[in-house]
Design a protein around this ligand. Sequence first.
Ligand SMILES: [Zn+2]
Length: 78
Amino acid sequence: MLRNLIIRFFPRLAATMEADSHRWMVQCRRCGHEESVWDSGGIRYKARGTVWRYGKCSGCGNRSMLRVYLPEQDEPDS
Ligand SMILES: [Zn+2]
């Protein structure tokens, strides 16, 4: 997995990316389950704005639209 390679070869970059990825949240539209992007196995780095992704929710186990957003700068859905 790309993330593991980055952690292994670029530990300083990995620390920054991990910090950023912890701040971003993934929320399931179906059940409302929330977790950080990092905990969901992803990376979100130097990004801004709310995005929607289609993927599997670790809360309800269903495929659903997942909202990826930064709680501290939440924007209304457009
Ligand atoms: Zn869910």
